[in-house]
Design a protein around this ligand. Structure first.
Ligand code: NAD
Length: 473
């Protein structure tokens, strides 16, 4: 752990075992933090806050650039660690590192001009008064992240928080507790003032301590809806703000005029990237009835050709499920689908590649809309399909979910695609493109997929409060 600028591990602490999901062999163990570590880290963040918030924003920008440089310098090791601990194929592990670097660089560029943008003048009606608007950091914040994109979800929080002038205590996932320690390593290297960024390892106990730490003035959480609700409940008695990035069950709509090859690329990337362990997985394919047979045939053919294996195997396109518990959860869904007689047109079970958490990329065709495979976030490489007759019907099916994180549309008619995109209830829609997320995109969900937005200027404002100063003209 990294608390108040110093590395620590508690004597006799419980160990978090770190596994390689391709083999389930333990390759490291990390001491878990406890409530006292959170208390110390929160106190450190609180005492560092006054000076950090008054540091000029251009200086904070330089620290953020230092993080980007530090990540670049460690790129090979970070890629290898994500392949080892997350089971990500090399190209995906590289995308994650690139994303984290770009995020720090982007927020450095916003921080550069932050001070200059303070005190924006408002001339009020009547001319008697004028206002000055300031954007000030909300205070020391608590950050909680999951295991599926550990380097990225943490960058999306640390970079804007520090840019805004907040100090932070971050809790890493107990499943992937190694990779974000790089941020502590870099903080030390670039001389980040002690207490500005604190990192505590551990599981639920540490998360609970973080959500009840009196010094922290906001909690930003990424993870499941079940735990997100607990986080909200934990801070509710103190009426503190929360940001929640939660789950999804997102649609991909393919219209009759779509280019089949392009549709296949979008469908495959949307469901099999990171072995389907992606909050934005487009796990519900909604396709025009007239092209359904041809599209399904092409998607099934492509799916059957996907090489599943250890990221360290030559040519592996899809790795294992990251955790053993998640692997069993996905297998349970596949077993239920079998019992209920769903039409499985690809995959449908585990893959015996030694002792790893391998699952076959799987497709269920014409899934009833009340089935768990259609309604629930599986967090694995499992696609459910259905058809539509009219665009109205497609939109109604797409929006018939409690979630609202993302959506995709594939259509040769851009105007039609855009009209559909306008009507999908979600925070990010891709038209005729794979799931690319830029640092200046807005990221977050409608409905049960969350509260608030990360990335872009919205990510920064999530760590700021607005102050309006009024005085006579
Ligand atoms: P999770 O909710 O099980 O755990 C998330 C984090 O919360 C972990 O660090 C965990 O230790 C911690 N935690 C557990 N109990 C806690 C408690 N009572 N109080 C505070 N913290 C606690 O999620 P996961 O399984 O690690 O990740 C998968 C989920 O994350 C999926 O639902 C996925 O959709 C979601 N996710 C969302 C986004 C997004 O941007 N919307 C991104 C990635 C993942």
């Amino acid at each position: 752990m990294f608390v108040n600028g110093e590395w620590r591990s508690d004597e006799g602490a419980a160990l978090l075992d770190v596994h390689d999901p391709s083999t389930n062999a333990r390759f490291a163990a990390v001491p878990a933090g406890n409530a006292q570590d959170v208390a110390d880290a929160s106190a450190a963040a609180a005492s560092a806050f006054a000076a950090w918030k008054d540091t000029d924003s251009a200086t904070r920008a330089e620290f953020l650039r230092g993080f980007a440089r530090g990540l670049k310098a460690r790129q090979d090791a970070l890629v290898a660690l994500q392949m080892r601990n997350n089971g990500k194929p090399r190209v995906e592990a590289e995308i994650d590192v690139g994303d984290a670097i770009a995020t720090f660089d982007y927020y450095a560029s916003l921080a550069d001009t932050l001070d200059a943008r303070q005190n924006a003048r408002v001339d009020h009606a009547g001319g008697e008064h004028f206002g000055l608007v300031r954007h000030e950091p909300v205070g020391p914040v608590g950050l909680i992240v999951p295991w599926n994109f550990p380097l990225v979800t943490s960058a999306w929080k640390i970079a804007p928080a520090l840019a805004a002038g907040c100090t932070a205590v971050m809790k890493t996932s107990e499943m992937t507790p190694l990779i974000e320690l790089v941020y502590a390593d870099i903080a030390e290297e670039i001389g980040l003032p002690a207490g500005v960024l604190n990192i505590v390892t551990g599981g639920a106990e540490v998360g609970i301590a973080l959500t009840s730490a009196p010094e922290l003035r906001k909690i930003s959480f990424t993870g499941s809806n079940m735990i997100g609700a607990k986080v909200m409940a934990a801070v509710a008695p103190r009426c503190l703000p929360v940001a929640l990035e939660l789950g999804g069950k997102s649609p991909i709509i393919v219209t009759a005029d779509a280019d089949i090859e392009q549709a296949v690329e979008c469908i495959i990337g949307g469901i099999y990237f990171n072995c389907g362990q992606i909050c934005s997985a487009t796990s519900r394919l909604i396709v025009d009835r007239s092209i359904e047979p041809a599209l399904i045939e092409a998607v099934v053919e492509r799916t059957r050709g996907i090489k599943v294996g250890s990221p360290f195997d030559e040519g592996a396109e899809m790795g294992p499920i990251t955790t053993r518990a998640q692997y069993h959860k996905v297998l349970d869904y596949l077993a239920k689908a079998k019992v209920d007689g769903l039409d499985c047109v690809a995959g449908g079970g585990g893959l015996d590649l030694g002792s790893g958490n391998f699952i076959q990329p799987t497709i269920y065709r014409n899934v009833p809309h009340d089935h768990a495979i259609w309604r629930e976030e599986i967090f694995g490489p499992v696609l459910a399909t259905t058809t539509f007759g009219t665009v109205e019907e497609a939109i109604a099916i797409a929006n018939d979910t409690g979630y609202g994180l993302v959506g995709s549309v594939v259509s040769d008619d851009w105007d039609r695609g855009k009209a559909i995109a306008d009507r999908i209830e979600a925070g990010q829609i891709w038209i005729n493109t794979p799931q690319i997320v830029y640092p200046d995109s807005a990221w977050g969900g409608f409905k049960a997929s969350g509260i608030g937005r990360e990335l872009g200027p919205w990510g920064l404002s999530g760590y700021q409060g607005v102050k309006h100063i009024l005085s006579p003209a």
